[in-house]
Write a protein that binds this ligand. Structure first.
Ligand SMILES: C[S@@+](CC[C@H](N)C(=O)[O-])C[C@H]1O[C@@H](n2cnc3c(N)ncnc32)[C@H](O)[C@@H]1O
Length: 274
């Protein structure tokens, strides 16, 4: 990673959740501390890069689905480091007028995203912490770019498992949902511990010293995050089961149990009013 985009005040010895994710994806935007922590996670869950690739493929299918449904505004919270096939690129393949706002709370992600995307039309990069959803919703730049009287697709992909129960993750989602116009949608993905509960404490421990702390949850704890949404078929399912368009299924993941759940839903009219 180019140190120039990292700015002052960052500690290179702290593993960074976004850069660890980049490492899992095979990217180059990571530092030694990220790689050490990521390798520790890989010892517990060697198949994690497959799950993460499937998460990016879900992102592509979900954004395409939403654009085909007529959504022209995308709010990607916990956007991560720009990689291949980012939300605005997929959206604009189907809707050239689509507007995208990327939100993240990580200074390195923001610096990197701004460096790469600042001249991209119809794209904004905004600082925001999902644990303070009202600040995100009130952000001036975000409000100037997205029209909250029109449908918006909010993407919460691979971020909710960094929000601890003490921050009331379901209430955070409800607050965002309540600010959206009728016709708006949400897409959510969340690692599920059902397939490998025995490794969950070890993975949580690795992230304890990282920039964001991973929370292992079981299906029953993740399902409430989808409340208030009219989920489109097939509902809340493992990533590879959500409207798959690629017949190849990597055999190294235990697929009979939940390992990485996702879903896309329309904000229920009663909730959108709230
Ligand atoms: C695992 S990456 C996911 C990237 C992308 N959404 C995806 O699914 O490919 C998680 C991202 O969420 C960000 N993040 C973690 N906690 C956050 C918070 N409280 N507020 C905003 N962003 C957060 C991290 O900085 C990181 O960029």
């Amino acid at each position: 990673m180019d140190p120039d985009v990292l700015g002052n005040g960052f500690d290179p010895t702290v593993p960074n959740a976004a850069r660890m994710y980049d490492y899992f994806l095979g990217g180059k935007d990571n530092l030694p501390a990220d790689r050490v922590a990521a390798e520790q996670v890989l010892r517990y869950v060697p198949e994690i890069p497959i799950g993460i690739r499937e998460n990016r493929e879900f992102l592509v299918r979900a954004v395409r689905f939403l654009a085909e449904r007529g959504i022209r505004q995308f709010l990607d919270i916990g956007a991560g480091l720009p990689t291949q096939r980012n939300v605005h690129e997929v959206a604009r393949e189907h809707a050239p007028d689509a507007r995208t706002v990327y939100v993240d709370n990580d200074p390195q992600v923001l610096a990197h995203a701004r460096a790469l995307l600042q001249d991209t039309p119809l794209v904004r990069v905004v600082e925001g912490d999902l644990r303070r959803p009202q600040d995100i919703l009130n952000n001036r730049e975000l409000r100037e770019h997205l029209d909250f009287s029109q449908p918006i697709a909010v993407l919460l992909l691979a971020i909710m498992h960094f929000i601890p129960d003490s921050d009331h993750p379901a209430a955070i989602i409800a607050q965002i949902r309540g600010a959206l116009a009728p016709g708006s949608h949400m897409a959510i993905s969340h690692v599920a511990a059902d397939a490998r509960p025995e490794v969950a404490p070890g993975v949580e421990k690795v992230y304890q010293n990282a920039s964001a702390q991973f929370v292992a949850r079981m299906t029953g704890e993740i399902a409430p995050f989808f409340e208030g949404l009219d989920l489109v078929e097939p509902g809340m399912v493992n990533l590879h089961d959500w409207r798959p368009d690629n017949p190849f299924i990597d055999p190294s993941i235990e697929r009979t149990k939940a390992y990485f759940l996702c879903g896309v839903g329309r904000v229920s009219p009663s909730r959108a009013d709230g």
